[in-house]
Design a protein around this ligand. Structure first.
Ligand code: AOF
Ligand code: ZN
Length: 330
């Protein structure tokens, strides 16, 4: 299953809003016969790629050695862009001597939700569930959030000076360094959308693209109640799609609307007003805070604070003097 997770991650920047999934066929005293992963949104699922590569197993099956298919997510049972993986496994059961399927986490998609496991069991295949379940769910936390909470996974991100300011009211201030800037682009690649408020769009005039990491540009989301950001600003460049919310900027409404569009994650990059508003609703999942310990601004826009903290500290990293804290909100 750990190998399934490694394989799943190879699809990281290419499968959203689908989950990352890896599959491994094992037989003959834990020998790996075939591996596969979901490589591209709309493309074949992990199980298909794995079982299609298992042809060489057929000759060995006569020896009677049973095979086990490991898959990090429950095999699907629905006709989507591809036919059900559970049906494929059942159809290959005799040819490859598959007796057992080991599943990492259940598929929360209501079209599947246990249906894949039921199909396999009904066909006489032994199914084991919950292996490395926590790790499998963590890998697909965005996809799982969309289906279980009917809203995208929310990540808040900002950088602040040693004395607690995130910028100045009238000009752009550089707090990150070239390497942490690259980390931000990696985060843009990991999330399907990126959000900023009016002031950030006007003062920083950011493009909000992913130019320093693999994968796609995120969908840009602008909250602009009075439509103050002119159409010739960078946020409206033709490099990526932009969605503007102006009539209704209520957080719950925006999240439901993004979910309706199948957007499984949103990275909120500022500014302070937007971040503070979201923090006060309590509806967010992670906070990524970058501190530049060598920079004192002695005034400006105060960084967001939360009386009870941002959640539990998940990771702390130092990159060229700047410290990156990741909090998971529970
Ligand atoms: C699997 N293996 O590798 C993946 C699964 O539109 P489709 O046909 O690609 O179906 C997408 C849904 O299938 C997705 O929402 C999730 O429920 C499941 N993804 N299932 O058995 C895979 N990627
Ligand atoms: Zn499938």
């Amino acid at each position: 299953m750990a190998r399934c997770l490694e394989l799943a991650r190879l699809g990281e920047y290419y499968v959203a809003p689908n989950p990352m999934v890896g599959a491994v066929l094992v037989a003959d005293e834990d020998r790996i016969w075939s591996e596969g992963w979901h490589r591209q949104y709309g493309g074949p699922h992990a199980e298909v790629n794995c079982l299609m590569g298992a042809e060489s197993r057929r000759a060995e099956v006569v020896s009677g050695s049973p095979a086990t298919l490991f898959v990090s997510l429950e095999p699907c049972s629905h006709f989507g862009k591809t036919p059900p993986c559970a049906d494929l496994i059942i159809s290959k059961k005799d040819e490859l001597n598959i007796r057992r399927v080991v599943v990492g986490s259940l598929d929360p998609n209501p079209k599947v939700a246990g249906g894949g496991i039921k199909k396999l069991r009904d066909a006489g295949i032994e199914v084991v569930t919950g292996v490395l379940e926590k790790e499998c769910r963590h890998l697909n936390r965005r996809f799982i959030c969309l289906h279980e909470k009917h809203r995208p996974y929310v990540i808040l991100k900002w950088a602040q000076s040693a004395d607690g300011y995130i910028g100045s009211p009238d000009q752009r201030v550089v707090i990150s360094n070239p390497l942490t800037k690259q980390v931000v682009h990696k985060m843009r690649a990991e999330n399907m959308s990126i959000m900023v408020g009016t002031n950030t769009a006007l003062i920083d005039n950011p493009k909000l693209l992913n130019t320093h990491w693999a994968g796609r540009n995120p969908i840009r989301i602008l909250l602009d109640r009075h439509r103050r950001v002119p159409l010739n600003y960078n946020i409206f460049s033709h490099d990526a799609e932009t969605i503007v919310y102006s009539d209704n900027t209520e957080w719950q409404y925006i999240l439901s609307d993004l979910a309706r569009r199948n957007i499984h994650s949103v990275l909120v990059e500022g500014g302070a007003t937007l971040l503070k508003n979201i923090l006060s609703t309590g509806i967010y999942d992670e906070v990524h805070l970058e501190i530049n310990p060598g920079l004192n601004l002695r005034g400006g826009i105060p960084a967001p604070v939360a009386e009870c903290g941002f959640g539990s500290l998940f990771e702390e990293q130092t990159i060229e003097n700047n410290i990156l804290y990741t909090y998971v909100h529970v």
